[in-house]
Design a protein around this ligand. Structure first.
Ligand SMILES: Cc1cc2nc3c(=O)[nH]c(=O)nc-3n(C[C@H](O)[C@H](O)[C@H](O)COP(=O)(O)OP(=O)(O)OC[C@H]3O[C@@H](n4cnc5c(N)ncnc54)[C@H](O)[C@@H]3O)c2cc1C
Length: 277
């Protein structure tokens, strides 16, 4: 164990996979199992502010108040029926407040897992039976949950996952998605890397994920037989504000509107952080 326990903690890290020095999946067991949740929902993780920051860090953009828990939202990557041990796919942010503290966690360490699982970024809110999921970096976390929970048991729904990263090592969970693509006729996996000079052996798609949507979605139609029409295809965007903005802008002229509870529509957005003003 590497960090002191706290009475505010209610969960234990049971395992961890490191994809790169700044990308990890944590397996976290709550002291009490959760009720099943919907794939795509999120919950908070928290650590005491006294936990030291680790990894490659720079001064904190939002220093915590002394004696306060530092809490942030994380999409649950495990399927809703896997509620005994939850998975979280997390990126280390050098100027961050929580993630450098999370980076001290070893199996056996304790932390706080919020009791309230929430969010509308779920397949229950889809309008159609063709689902295009677009995730940059750890933005694939809710799609891991969706694919794990639904793809094998919903043969009537087509799932297409566009997974973007700078290089292959940062395509965390790539192997699982590739295996599911081979195994399931209703699941298509299309990874793309944006810095091929870092990965000269990469044979797949190159560029940012916007490449799939340009020219009225020509590449998406070619590779996955998907048509960008809100009456036929739901699009789920998750990750960086830049990707969300760029793809939303391309989709608007095709008639896509952002889903809200008051206006259910075919464009679903989960933005992990806001662009600096
Ligand atoms: C609904 C929801 C679900 C989320 N799920 C996940 C998830 O599954 N995995 C995950 O890694 N993150 C997820 N996030 C982001 C997460 O809540 C934190 O914002 C992130 O981990 C950074 O926390 P921090 O305290 O280290 O940095 P903060 O102190 O919160 O932020 C420091 C600065 O970094 C910027 N920033 C925040 N995140 C990133 C990033 N990933 N890359 C670059 N800059 C960033 C912020 O704008 C800010 O300027 C989610 C956010 C939301 C709203």
């Amino acid at each position: 164990m590497s960090i002191p326990d706290s009475q505010n903690y209610n969960a234990t890290v049971v395992a961890r996979i490191d994809y790169t020095p700044s990308l990890r999946t944590y397996y976290i067991q709550p002291d009490q199992a959760f009720e099943p949740y919907q794939a795509g929902q999120y919950v908070t993780l928290g650590l005491e502010s006294s936990v030291p920051r680790s990894g490659e860090v720079i001064p904190e953009a939002r220093p915590p108040q002394e004696g306060k828990m530092v809490l942030r939202a994380y999409s649950i990557a495990s399927a809703g029926f896997e509620n005994e041990v939850l998975q979280f796919y997390v990126a280390h942010v050098p100027e961050g407040t929580l993630t450098p503290r999370l980076w001290t966690l070893e199996p056996g360490d304790r932390l706080q897992l919020g009791r309230r699982i929430t969010g509308n970024f779920t397949l229950e809110n889809a309008q159609t039976k063709t689902i295009v999921m677009v995730g940059t970096g750890t933005g694939i976390a809710p799609f891991l949950a969706m694919v794990r929970q639904h793809a094998a048991v919903r043969p009537d729904v087509r799932f297409v996952l566009l997974h973007g990263a700078t290089r292959r090592a940062e395509l965390g969970h790539h192997g699982e998605f590739r295996a599911l693509d081979f195994a399931l006729p209703n699941f298509v996996y299309l990874p793309a890397i944006s810095r091929p000079h870092l990965d000269p052996l990469w044979k797949g798609q190159i560029g940012r994920l916007t490449v799939f949507f340009q020219d009225q979605g020509r590449l998406l139609a070619e590779k996955a037989r998907v048509h960008l029409d809100p009456a036929k295809t739901d699009v789920y965007l998750c990750g960086s504000p830049g990707m969300v903005r760029d793809i939303s802008t391309i989709l608007e002229p095709a008639g896509y509107q952002k889903w809200t509870r008051a206006n259910p529509a075919a464009l679903h957005v989960e933005e992990y952080w806001k662009d600096k003003e």
